[in-house]
Design a protein around this ligand. Structure first.
Ligand code: ADP
Ligand code: MG
Length: 286
């Protein structure tokens, strides 16, 4: 195993003691199992921006605040400094989100800091003590699926109450830990207030979860939690513990009900196709 230079720096600086094994290397990051003292943790090493899709980034970064006006101008100008600045922001976003969401009671891995472009965090483990399986990889009873759905919808509500939307939530960014689902992978998190695409992204996130869990509990496929929470959020009436019903009455005076349902069913289908694509890709990786 070739250890990335950034992890060697972390060892030199005493942040971690040892790299135990690589866990997963994807398009945007490579994740390693590491040891810090007595604790086994994981370290997410981000890849360079050049390797990531540009299109996606533009959409995600709309509405995200730069730290200062000099940075904002640099990012806008597309200069080398600007690109570096953007790169830094992308990397910082995930660790910032983890701290903020932990504090808000959302089930995410506990962050242990961000050093030289490496996020060190809690390793979520599965029943065998190894790294936890992803939600898309486990078999569930209908009852478990309903319970996971309830927990995840509540976590999405808590996130929204922090002004955040995950933006890439799917059965592949949810780990199944000993106490249930844990949401991961936040570099693309979007600002719920400032982004025109926010509602679409929220609905897509919730639809992805619903489509994945609806495999085990089909009655979930007839719920509309995303629509319901967004309407409450927009009206300023969403609190972390606001009860939800999963029912939503589309306003027939303004929208064509069939086209809405069709669009949402399309989204579910797309979610399914993407999931299968990821499955195929993941199989290729191993
Ligand atoms: N805290 C964690 N605990 C256990 N496994 C993790 C953790 N974070 C990431 N992983 C594993 O690494 C994979 C990739 O991490 P992720 O944050 O989703 O990055 P990306 O999908 O951008 O490569 C996950 O699908 C999961 O299998
Ligand atoms: Mg991921």
């Amino acid at each position: 195993m070739r250890t990335p230079a950034s992890l060697l720096t972390l060892i030199e600086e005493g942040v971690i003691d040892e790299v135990l094994r690589p866990l997963k290397s994807g398009k945007e990051a490579a994740v390693y199992v590491v040891r810090s003292g007595d604790e086994v943790r994981c370290a997410k090493v981000y890849k360079d921006m050049a390797q990531r899709s540009f299109q996606k980034r533009v959409q995600y970064q709309e509405g995200r605040k730069s730290r200062g006006s000099r940075e904002a101008r640099a990012v806008a100008s597309g200069s080398r400094y600007g690109r570096r600045q953007q790169e830094e922001e992308w990397k910082n976003t995930e660790v910032d989100a983890l701290y903020q969401l932990r504090a808000a009671g959302v089930r995410v891995p506990e962050p242990h800091g961000f050093f030289h472009g490496v996020l060190v965090m809690e390793l979520v483990t599965g029943p065998d003590g190894f790294s936890a399986p992803r939600l898309g990889e486990v078999e569930l009873s209908a009852e478990q699926a309903r319970e996971f759905h309830r927990v995840l919808v509540r976590d999405v509500v808590r996130m929204l109450c922090c002004g955040l939307i995950h933006g890439d939530l799917s059965a592949y960014n949810v780990l199944v830990g000993p106490d249930g689902p844990v949401i991961i992978d936040f570099p693309q998190v979007v600002n719920a207030a400032g982004n025109n695409a926010a509602r679409t992204m929220l609905l897509r996130d919730v639809n992805n979860l619903t489509a994945a869990l609806g495999r085990w509990a089909p009655e979930l496929l007839d719920t509309w939690y995303g629509e319901e929470m967004w309407a409450l959020f927009e009206a300023g009436r969403l609190q972390p513990d606001t009860p939800l019903t999963g029912k939503y009455t589309f306003d027939e005076r303004e929208v064509d009900l069939d086209s809405v349902r069709e669009a949402i069913n399309d989204a579910r289908e797309v979610a399914l196709i993407r999931q299968q694509g990821r499955e195929a890709r993941d199989e290729d990786e191993y």
